[in-house]
Each structure stands twice: as C-alpha cells, then as structure tokens.
Design a protein around this ligand. Structure first.
Ligand code: GLC
Length: 412
C-alpha cells in the first residue's frame, strides 16, 4: 500500500514526532507499506525521514496558507477577513493545489494521510471538484478542532471528504465528534519509542548547559520540557518553584525554546528570566535553550513537570519522560489525563494552580521511595499502553478499512 503523507511542517513538533514513530512501526510490520512524505520546507523532520529511507518532496506553501493553522483571534470580522484573503482568487494557492495534484497523479497513492490543520484543509481541497477524486483521505487530528477559529471552520466544510479521522486521545476524539460530526473517528494513542526513551543512557549535564554551578549533593532536579507557547505553563512552574518549602535542595530547569513565527503567542527566554528574577528564584532555576538529546535531558531530571494551563490534546513529553523512568506531574485537563494512573504512575495537579503544583513537587521531593516507585510504574505503564506496535497495527487497520470503503478511483 502506498501512502502519501501531507505534513504541514518540516520541523520537529509533537505531531511530527508522533508521525515518525508511526512510520517506523508501519515499515517494520508491513513489507508492502510504501510511504512518501510531502512537506512545505526542509528541516529536522525531513532529515529524519531521509535517515529512515523514506522518499519525500518539498513543495513550498503559499504565504497566505501559513496563517491558517494558527490558533488566533476568534474575532468574527478578523476571521472573515483572513478567510476572504485566503480564498480571493489567490493565484499562488491555485498553483499550489495544481502542483500538489500533479504530484499525487505521479505518485498514485492508495491513501493520503494528513498530519496537521493546514494539510487537512489542503487535502480536502485536493479532493474537491466533480465526482470522487483521488485516494481516500485519513486526517490525523493532533489538536482540538473547536478551539481553532478559522482552521476548524474550514475543516468543517471539507470534513465529509475524509474517509476517517484519527484522534490522538479520547478527549480530542470527543471534540472531533462534536464539532465535525464525521462518519468515522477513532482514537489512536501516540506511541513512544521505547528503545530511544530508556531509563539508562546518556545523561545531559544540565547545570553546565545552563551556566549554573554544579548542584550540591542530593539536589533534586525538576524540569519542564516544552515549546515556549504561553499556555505551556512556564509561569505557573516558576511560581511553584518560588513557593517550594522543603529541606531538600531543589533545582528547576526550563528546557526548550521559542519555535513559532508569531512572537505574541510565546515567551522569549528573556521574558522568563525576568519573571524568575521577579519571583526571586534565579538561583534555583536554569534555562537550557533547545536540546537535541531529549532523553538525555530527561534522564538528568528526577521529576518531569507538565504544566499546560489549557487542555493538552495528548502530551508527547509526558509518555517520553515516563518511558525514561521519571516521575511525572501532569496538568489535569484534556488528553494528558488519559496517559497515567493517578497516584500510581504519575501525579495530577490542578492546571494553572501554582499551589497545587508546588504541593505535588514537594510530595515527590520529600519522598524518594515514592518517586522511585512511581517512576518504575511509569515505565511499565507506557510499555503496556503506548508501544509502537499497537499504534502501527491500529493505523494499518484504519488504512485498509478506508481503502476498502472508498470507491474505485483514478487520478485525473
Ligand atoms: C500536538 C498536541 C500535543 C500532542 C502532539 C502529538 O502537538 O498539541 O498535545 O502530544 O500533537 O499528537
């Protein structure tokens, strides 16, 4: 089976990590599986596809499309303006769709898998027109649809063209059901690469990376690993660090950096440093910037905190940290809650509440045996619940069902 993947990005975000893991699993299980990736730009994601021997094509996207996937203002007028701007006889958009159709004609896929809002919309456009055009479409939904003012509505218009939607959690599946009312939606949890995210292996020297003096003996290291989007809860984390009241020495780490094009939706390192100094925690928090060796950074921590203040659709870093046998503290909203058993393989806290977060951190700092037991159970939990083989099998069944359901077609 030949599957063309439409990726909205060449960078490595959660959706791309999820797709790469899936591709690895599908390649391993199905000798007849032939993937082909189309993305608007080169980048680390495309680099990894190359390493896996997956053929790809870079087809750059018109600038107006770039803004479609953004979760931005819900202001009706602004939305209408953006929608009109997009549709208004945009020649580059027509050319882009033409080029994509030509590529699909050349590649003759049996199925198209779209991996992000912009590409769900593009996929639906490509299938528009007279008759049933092209191979069945499977839309892999990684984020809540109902909270995307423009992309959500555009997708709603084209949603009948999808043979099936895959949602990354039950929470996202419920959102897709309610908002798009599609014919078929299945929950397929993301998988974690258990050979890369292991308890043993490289351990990053976080102190050196942050320019901090080496931590004292017995220091407990607590870290937040995320992009700098404002809803990822960096400020809650800093406030919780400021509230900690333990005899045990503690160090906090903010791992990652800003990746988005729009500055307004994310913090800069300077913003967060300023906040840390305002809270008087500069001596107990370090900023690493981007790290390449994510498992190595996780293994350097005793506790990994997920701090999102809005519902997290899934939360790859949570299962990755669990696979590295780390104790995790997770915001109690959205799909993230589905990833662990409360008090057994992780600790939930009230999202956005620094007191609740501080209490959870203190509990794990002060009780080393509890921390160790939770970490062991976390690895056991993800090994059972999120193996690559299960994700690949589920998706393969969805592909086959979608192909079987679709009528015979030709690329013309
Ligand atoms: C998106 C979601 C995130 C999820 C990832 C992979 O980035 O925001 O929660 O982990 O996709 O599905």
């Amino acid at each position: 089976m030949k599957v063309v993947y439409l990726s909205p990005s060449g960078q490595m975000g959660g959706a791309e990590t999820s797709l790469l893991t899936l591709l690895g699993g599908l390649l391993q299980q199905n000798p007849e599986f032939r993937p082909y990736v189309i993305a608007p730009e080169a980048g680390p994601f495309i680099g990894r596809c190359g390493e896996l021997g997956i053929p790809y094509e870079i087809l750059s996207m018109p600038a107006r499309m770039e803004r479609v996937g953004d979760s931005a203002t819900a202001d009706r007028l602004a939305l209408l303006g953006r929608a009109a701007d997009l549709v208004r006889g945009s020649r580059d958009l027509v050319n882009y769709t033409k080029a994509l159709r030509a590529l699909l004609r050349r590649e003759q896929p049996d199925l198209i898998h779209t991996n992000g809002f912009k590409m769900h919309i593009v996929g639906a456009w490509v299938k528009s027109g007279r008759g049933k055009r092209g191979a069945p479409l499977v839309g892999h939904i990684h984020d809540y649809v109902s909270t995307r003012p423009l992309a959500g509505r555009l997708l709603k218009v084209g949603s009948s063209r999808f043979a099936e939607f895959i949602a990354n959690s039950r929470s996202v599946a419920a959102d897709v059901e309610a908002f798009l009312r599609p014919q078929h939606v299945s929950t397929v949890y993301n998988a974690v690469d258990l050979t890369r995210f292991t308890p043993g292996g490289s351990v990053t020297d976080l102190d050196a990376l942050c320019g901090l003096p080496a931590g004292v003996l017995g220091v407990v290291r607590v870290g937040l690993i995320a992009t700098f989007a404002k809803w990822k809860g960096h400020v809650t984390f800093l406030r919780a660090l400021a509230r900690l009241n333990t005899v045990q020495p503690v160090r906090g780490y903010i791992i990652g950096g800003p990746i988005y094009k729009r500055a307004s939706s994310q913090f800069s390192i300077e913003d967060l440093r300023t906040e840390a100094s305002r809270l008087g925690v500069t001596d107990r928090v370090g900023f690493t910037g981007f790290v390449n060796d994510v498992p190595g950074a996780m293994r350097a921590l005793d506790v990994v905190v997920h701090a999102s203040t809005q519902p997290e659709p899934f939360g790859m870093t949570i299962i990755e940290a669990m696979a590295c046998e780390r104790a995790v503290i997770v915001s109690n909203l959205g799909g993230a809650q589905e990833l662990f058993a409360e008090g057994v393989s992780g600790l939930g806290h009230v999202a956005g509440d620094e007191c609740a977060m501080a209490a959870a951190i203190e509990r794990l700092i002060e009780n080393a045996p509890l921390r160790a037991q939770m970490a062991r159970r976390a690895r056991e939990h993800v090994t059972l619940q999120f193996p690559v083989s299960a994700m690949a099998r589920q998706v393969w069944t969805i592909y086959n069902d979608s192909v079987a359901r679709s009528r015979s077609f030709t690329w013309n």
